[in-house]
Every structure is written in C-alpha cells, then in structure tokens.
Write a protein that binds this ligand. Structure first.
Ligand SMILES: [Ca+2]
Length: 349
C-alpha cells in the first residue's frame, strides 16, 4: 500500500522493511526473461504498492540498459488527485541496486508543473553540478533549499541498504526538536509560513530515474541486461489537506475527499458554503496552541455583529477544534485509502 492508513504526525519513524534474504539476489529478478504475460515473470508497476510480507518481495522492474550509452530514463508518476500533506518520510525500496542518478519531483497543481524535491547521485557535482549535502546540513533558515545528496546512491549495494528516502521527519525536527517533542513549535511555524506549508504539500510525485546502478567505473557493455531499475515498495505517508476543517477524508467516487465541517466545502474545504459567507473564508489554525481556532464560516445574514459572533463562535468551537486536531492524525477512519494512480514511462530520447 503506497499510502498510509494511519496518519502519524508525531509518532515514531517507521523503519523500512528490508528483505529478509538480504544477502541474496532475489531469484525472481529478471535477466532478459521478463514476460508481461506470465505471472511469475511479469513485474508491473502495481507491485510497488502491494501489501508486502512475502519473501521474496514483489517488485516492478524496468527494461534493461540495452541501448547504452544512450541514457536509460524512466519516470514513475504517482497521482492522488487530491492535495496531500506529507507526515513522514517518503521511502523507496529498491530490489536492484539504487540508481546512480535520480530526481524526486513534486507537483502542487495536479501535474501541470513540477519542482524538484531532492536530487540523488553517487557524484552530485558530476551529475547535477551541485555540491553534495545531506538533510543534516539544513537549518531552519535553509529548510526549503533543494539539495543533492549522495547518502542513498553510493556503492552497488544489493545486500544492505536498499532504500532511498526523502526525509520529512528530519525536516520537521528542525522546528520540533530531534525527537519531535515540540510539535507545537512546528505547528506554529506551519500556520504562519505558507512556503513551509507548501513544501510538505503535494498532489503528485514523480521519480525520475536517470542512471541505473553499475557498481563499477566502467559499464560492462557485453552484459547490459544486468543494468536496470527494480523497486519493490514505495511508501508515502500523509493526510488529506482539509485546511483543518475536517476530521476525516474518505475515498468516494474514485476520489479522496475531505468531509468538510465548519460550513466549508470544496475538495480541500477551501471555501465557505453558499449561505455561509458572512465573513471571508480562513483555514483553521493551530494557534493559539494548544486549542487552536476553528475559523468557522458564518451565515450570510449576520450583519454588523459579525465580529462579535465570529469570535464567540470560534471560542464555542474550540472544543471541537481540539478534537479535530487530535483526530486529524487518524484521518482515514473508514476505509483504507487506495494507492495513487501510477504511470511508468520509459523516456525515449
Ligand atoms: Ca512489492
């Protein structure tokens, strides 16, 4: 499952599950013998999102690098058709060696435009003309910087670390402390800083695989079928963005949608209902901590007493807000959310 059932904004980091037979190459790894029509030899994209637990793991596998020295470029696009706020690390588990070059990209507008999230390379300078950095180099002031990291690419490692991460929790920790004990500080920052909020918000993700693991300085041109990408699992944990106006998010009519409260409506509860436009819509707020503010939409005909009423409504609803903030971390209460729509494209150049 590519999407978290449980929202876990303040919980512990889930360790990636490593294959138990991690000393061995997966016997189902194709070497020129993949066949989409035979179950045992087919490695479709869905196998990056199935429920794991079997051994050997199931995985998607790309075509091999037969056209070397032309680049082997593959794009994997994940679309939720809903604005999502990330709450934990994005974790890709490779069944092949981890790629020597890749870019993780995000979209906030349903795939119309894309921005890089993080660059990954064995040699950042060579691949992207960027100085190598790690998330540990970031500070509160540079948190929004897009970095190139060599943490997840070095070496041809079948055996041990198969994961590539985008570190959400480490970024949260810059505000909330190393054990995320001061989430109030993070909430406060998220509330007042749109750029920071947007940084953790996505509608789509795109993984651009640019160069497979080779494990050597020279590519073995006589054996190009050994170079490919294979991914067994992609984990993206988040919650629906509902602007703090919903306790839950449901999958209905092939779509994730917020169950809007506070007289709000829209896919993200981003506007007031028709007859509740007595004051301008506002997102709910974590502030003042710990109770927050509901910012309820009020009826049209309240007239000149709007401010008084609005304030008293906010106070009257604080209890609800507390509940909301508590419950929102378990956003999906009804049915488990579906995996994203996945499109894998071999880029022809
Ligand atoms: Ca799998």
């Amino acid at each position: 499952m590519g999407y978290a059932r449980k929202q876990n904004l303040g919980g512990k980091i889930l360790a990636p599950r490593l294959s138990e037979e991690s000393g061995e190459e997966n016997p189902y790894m194709c070497n020129n013998e993949c066949d989409a029509t035979t179950e045992e030899l087919a490695h479709p994209p869905e196998l990056m999102f199935d429920i794991e637990g079997r051994n050997p793991t199931t995985f998607w596998q790309s075509t091999s690098w037969k056209k070397y020295p032309k680049a082997l470029l593959v794009n994997i696009t994940l679309s939720w058709n809903k604005t999502i706020e990330l709450t934990d690390d994005i974790v890709l588990t490779f069944e092949s060696g981890r790629p020597e070059q890749m870019v993780l990209e995000k979209s906030l507008d349903y795939g119309r435009s894309w921005q890089p999230y993080q660059f990954y390379a064995t040699d950042c300078l060579d691949a992207f003309t960027m100085e190598p950095k790690t998330v540990r180099d970031l500070t509160q002031h540079t948190l929004l910087d897009i970095i190139c990291t060599e943490d997840y690419s070095r070496g041809y490692v079948w055996k041990y670390d198969k994961t590539v991460r985008f570190e959400i929790k480490d970024r949260f920790a810059l505000f909330a402390g190393p054990r995320l004990h001061n989430m109030a500080s993070l909430y406060g920052q998220l509330d007042t800083t749109k750029n920071l909020r947007d940084f953790f918000t996505i509608t789509d993700l795109r993984i651009r695989l640019l160069r497979p693991a080779t494990g050597a300085t020279m590519v073995d041109e006589g054996n190009l079928s050994r170079y490919f990408y294979a991914i067994s699992d992609i984990k993206v944990q988040g919650r629906c963005k509902c602007n703090l106006h919903a306790n839950s998010c449901v999958f209905d009519k092939e779509k994730l949608s917020c169950e809007c409260e506070h007289n709000t409506t829209g896919p993200d509860c981003g506007r007031c209902k028709r007859n509740y436009q007595g004051r301008t819509w506002s997102a709910g707020s974590y502030l003042p901590i710990p109770k927050g503010t509901a910012n309820v939409c009020v009826p049209n005909n309240i007239g000149p007493v709007i401010r008084t009423n609005a304030t008293s409504l906010g106070v009257a609803n604080r209890k609800e807000v507390v509940l909301q903030l508590h419950v929102i971390v378990l956003c999906f209460t009804s049915a488990p959310p579906p995996p994203p729509v996945v499109v894998v494209v071999l880029v022809v150049i």
